[in-house]
Design a protein around this ligand. Sequence first.
Ligand SMILES: Cc1cc2nc3c(=O)[nH]c(=O)nc-3n(C[C@H](O)[C@H](O)[C@H](O)COP(=O)(O)O)c2cc1C
Length: 174
Amino acid sequence: MDFLELAKNRYSERKFDSRQIEQEKLDRILEAGRIVPTACNYQPQRFYIIKSEKAIETLKHVTPFHYNVPVMILVCYDANTVWRNPHDKWYNNYNSGEQDASIAATTMMYEAEELGIHTIWIRGFDSETVSKAFDLPDNIIPVMMLGLGYPKEGSSAHAWHFNRMPIEKMATEL
Ligand SMILES: Cc1cc2nc3c(=O)[nH]c(=O)nc-3n(C[C@H](O)[C@H](O)[C@H](O)COP(=O)(O)O)c2cc1C
């Protein structure tokens, strides 16, 4: 499928059925997150796969936005591995971690879409609570969670999906 068509078809899934994702598909999704560009190629993105009964139970305690997903990938970055930007005086001690992790998450999201797996991008959680609940080391910083699964029959996009600003409001030629 043409990429733009794929990107337009994707929507945030909030109704998942209980079917598990095939391991080969999950492996491909993780591979898509592995090979992304990162600042200075430092590769600080780290993925935690929430799939076991125990991990899913913990997930349900740390975010109301779990939507009964069969698999959630908690996308983090390693603060010891990020590129720190010496050129930027505006941000205080800017580092590339959120950008690197978000590129990985976005690429995984579209690989999933290509495989017929629906996704939901979740940021509705408290980072410290998540870190403690999954016993993450202090240098591992949660960025987002990517919910993955097959949609429930009859599921469709929320109205927000169809509400996008015109390009003239977003893009300005300088
Ligand atoms: C940074 C970010 C954080 C988000 N956090 C949540 C969330 O916590 N819960 C949720 O239900 N959706 C969340 N979403 C999904 C957005 O609400 C959704 O992408 C937006 O409304 C557009 O709809 P669409 O993805 O169906 O096109 C998040 C999306 C992004 C990019």
